[in-house]
Design a protein around this ligand. Structure first.
Ligand code: HEC
Length: 129
Protein backbone atom coordinates (compact mmCIF):
# COMPACT_ATOMS: atom_id res chain seq x y z
CA UNK A 1 0.00 0.00 0.00
CA UNK A 2 2.72 2.41 1.04
CA UNK A 3 4.75 1.63 -2.05
CA UNK A 4 1.80 2.38 -4.32
CA UNK A 5 1.13 5.77 -2.79
CA UNK A 6 4.82 6.68 -3.12
CA UNK A 7 4.71 5.68 -6.79
CA UNK A 8 1.56 7.72 -7.31
CA UNK A 9 3.05 10.80 -5.67
CA UNK A 10 6.25 10.51 -7.70
CA UNK A 11 4.27 10.04 -10.92
CA UNK A 12 2.09 13.05 -10.19
CA UNK A 13 5.13 15.17 -9.40
CA UNK A 14 6.80 14.14 -12.66
CA UNK A 15 3.72 14.84 -14.73
CA UNK A 16 3.19 18.29 -13.26
CA UNK A 17 6.82 19.13 -13.98
CA UNK A 18 6.57 18.27 -17.66
CA UNK A 19 6.80 21.07 -20.18
CA UNK A 20 3.59 21.90 -21.99
CA UNK A 21 4.73 19.97 -25.05
CA UNK A 22 6.70 16.88 -24.21
CA UNK A 23 8.67 16.12 -27.32
CA UNK A 24 11.34 13.43 -27.67
CA UNK A 25 12.89 15.30 -30.60
CA UNK A 26 13.24 18.51 -28.58
CA UNK A 27 14.69 16.55 -25.65
CA UNK A 28 17.22 15.00 -28.01
CA UNK A 29 18.28 18.44 -29.27
CA UNK A 30 18.52 19.87 -25.76
CA UNK A 31 20.73 16.95 -24.76
CA UNK A 32 22.91 17.51 -27.79
CA UNK A 33 23.31 21.20 -26.91
CA UNK A 34 24.36 20.22 -23.39
CA UNK A 35 26.93 17.86 -24.82
CA UNK A 36 28.20 20.82 -26.81
CA UNK A 37 28.71 22.76 -23.60
CA UNK A 38 25.36 24.42 -22.92
CA UNK A 39 24.01 24.51 -19.39
CA UNK A 40 20.35 23.80 -18.66
CA UNK A 41 18.16 25.88 -20.99
CA UNK A 42 16.85 29.20 -19.66
CA UNK A 43 13.63 29.89 -21.62
CA UNK A 44 13.48 33.50 -20.41
CA UNK A 45 16.80 34.17 -22.16
CA UNK A 46 15.49 32.50 -25.30
CA UNK A 47 12.61 34.94 -25.22
CA UNK A 48 15.06 37.85 -24.84
CA UNK A 49 17.03 36.70 -27.86
CA UNK A 50 13.84 36.26 -29.87
CA UNK A 51 12.72 39.84 -29.26
CA UNK A 52 16.17 41.45 -29.41
CA UNK A 53 17.34 43.40 -32.44
CA UNK A 54 20.63 43.47 -34.26
CA UNK A 55 20.28 46.80 -36.04
CA UNK A 56 16.96 46.40 -37.79
CA UNK A 57 17.13 42.59 -37.83
CA UNK A 58 15.42 40.27 -35.39
CA UNK A 59 13.69 36.89 -35.31
CA UNK A 60 10.36 38.69 -35.28
CA UNK A 61 11.08 40.29 -38.68
CA UNK A 62 9.93 37.02 -40.25
CA UNK A 63 8.24 35.15 -37.42
CA UNK A 64 5.88 37.97 -36.47
CA UNK A 65 5.28 39.87 -33.27
CA UNK A 66 4.09 36.80 -31.36
CA UNK A 67 5.07 33.14 -31.84
CA UNK A 68 1.43 32.10 -31.61
CA UNK A 69 0.62 33.93 -34.84
CA UNK A 70 1.54 33.42 -38.46
CA UNK A 71 4.64 35.30 -39.53
CA UNK A 72 5.68 36.68 -42.89
CA UNK A 73 9.10 36.36 -44.46
CA UNK A 74 10.56 39.84 -44.67
CA UNK A 75 12.06 39.25 -48.12
CA UNK A 76 9.91 36.65 -49.90
CA UNK A 77 6.69 37.80 -48.23
CA UNK A 78 5.68 34.14 -47.76
CA UNK A 79 3.60 33.21 -44.73
CA UNK A 80 5.44 31.34 -41.96
CA UNK A 81 3.33 29.14 -39.71
CA UNK A 82 3.22 29.92 -35.97
CA UNK A 83 6.29 28.93 -33.95
CA UNK A 84 4.49 28.18 -30.66
CA UNK A 85 4.40 24.40 -30.38
CA UNK A 86 0.94 24.40 -28.78
CA UNK A 87 -0.49 26.22 -31.80
CA UNK A 88 1.55 24.35 -34.39
CA UNK A 89 2.37 20.80 -33.19
CA UNK A 90 4.46 20.19 -36.32
CA UNK A 91 7.16 22.41 -34.87
CA UNK A 92 10.54 21.02 -33.77
CA UNK A 93 9.81 17.45 -34.80
CA UNK A 94 12.82 17.14 -37.09
CA UNK A 95 16.18 18.01 -35.58
CA UNK A 96 17.80 18.42 -39.00
CA UNK A 97 15.22 21.05 -39.89
CA UNK A 98 15.70 22.84 -36.57
CA UNK A 99 19.48 22.96 -37.03
CA UNK A 100 19.23 24.04 -40.64
CA UNK A 101 17.08 27.02 -39.75
CA UNK A 102 19.02 27.98 -36.64
CA UNK A 103 22.10 28.11 -38.85
CA UNK A 104 20.49 30.19 -41.56
CA UNK A 105 18.43 32.46 -39.33
CA UNK A 106 21.11 33.18 -36.74
CA UNK A 107 23.50 34.12 -39.53
CA UNK A 108 20.95 36.39 -41.16
CA UNK A 109 19.73 37.95 -37.95
CA UNK A 110 22.80 38.15 -35.73
CA UNK A 111 25.52 37.96 -38.36
CA UNK A 112 26.98 34.92 -36.59
CA UNK A 113 26.09 31.40 -35.49
CA UNK A 114 23.99 30.96 -32.37
CA UNK A 115 25.76 29.24 -29.50
CA UNK A 116 24.50 25.88 -28.20
CA UNK A 117 23.21 27.78 -25.15
CA UNK A 118 21.27 30.28 -27.27
CA UNK A 119 19.72 27.48 -29.31
CA UNK A 120 18.78 25.55 -26.16
CA UNK A 121 17.20 28.64 -24.59
CA UNK A 122 15.22 29.59 -27.69
CA UNK A 123 14.07 26.09 -28.51
CA UNK A 124 12.98 25.42 -24.94
CA UNK A 125 11.06 28.68 -24.84
CA UNK A 126 9.29 28.23 -28.20
CA UNK A 127 8.44 24.64 -27.37
CA UNK A 128 6.88 25.66 -24.06
CA UNK A 129 4.50 28.13 -25.67
C1 HEC B 1 14.61 36.21 -42.90
C2 HEC B 1 13.49 35.52 -42.27
C3 HEC B 1 13.68 34.80 -40.94
C4 HEC B 1 14.25 35.33 -39.80
C5 HEC B 1 14.75 36.74 -39.54
C6 HEC B 1 14.22 34.26 -38.83
N1 HEC B 1 13.65 33.14 -39.35
FE1 HEC B 1 13.41 31.37 -38.41
N2 HEC B 1 12.58 30.58 -40.09
C7 HEC B 1 12.39 31.25 -41.28
C8 HEC B 1 11.83 30.36 -42.28
C9 HEC B 1 11.46 30.70 -43.72
C10 HEC B 1 11.73 29.09 -41.65
C11 HEC B 1 11.25 27.78 -42.29
C12 HEC B 1 9.79 27.77 -42.58
C13 HEC B 1 8.99 27.21 -41.45
O1 HEC B 1 9.52 26.43 -40.64
O2 HEC B 1 7.80 27.54 -41.36
C14 HEC B 1 12.20 29.28 -40.28
C15 HEC B 1 12.27 28.27 -39.34
C16 HEC B 1 12.85 28.38 -38.09
C17 HEC B 1 13.06 27.28 -37.18
C18 HEC B 1 12.70 25.82 -37.42
C19 HEC B 1 11.34 25.49 -36.88
C20 HEC B 1 10.98 24.05 -37.01
O3 HEC B 1 9.79 23.77 -37.16
O4 HEC B 1 11.85 23.18 -36.95
C21 HEC B 1 13.67 27.79 -36.07
C22 HEC B 1 14.11 27.03 -34.83
C23 HEC B 1 13.83 29.21 -36.29
N3 HEC B 1 13.32 29.54 -37.52
C24 HEC B 1 14.39 30.06 -35.38
C25 HEC B 1 14.68 31.41 -35.64
C26 HEC B 1 15.39 32.28 -34.72
C27 HEC B 1 15.90 31.86 -33.35
C28 HEC B 1 15.49 33.49 -35.33
C29 HEC B 1 16.19 34.72 -34.82
C30 HEC B 1 17.60 34.55 -34.40
C31 HEC B 1 14.84 33.37 -36.63
N4 HEC B 1 14.37 32.10 -36.78
C32 HEC B 1 14.75 34.40 -37.55
C33 HEC B 1 12.65 32.57 -41.52
C34 HEC B 1 13.29 33.43 -40.64
Amino acid sequence: MKKISVILIVTAACLSGLPAQASPEVDKLLQKYQQQGAAVAVPEQGKNLWYSKNGDRGCINCHGSTPADTGRHVRTNKAIKPMAASVNPERYQDSKKVEKWFLRNCKWTLGRLCTAQEKANTLDWLNSL
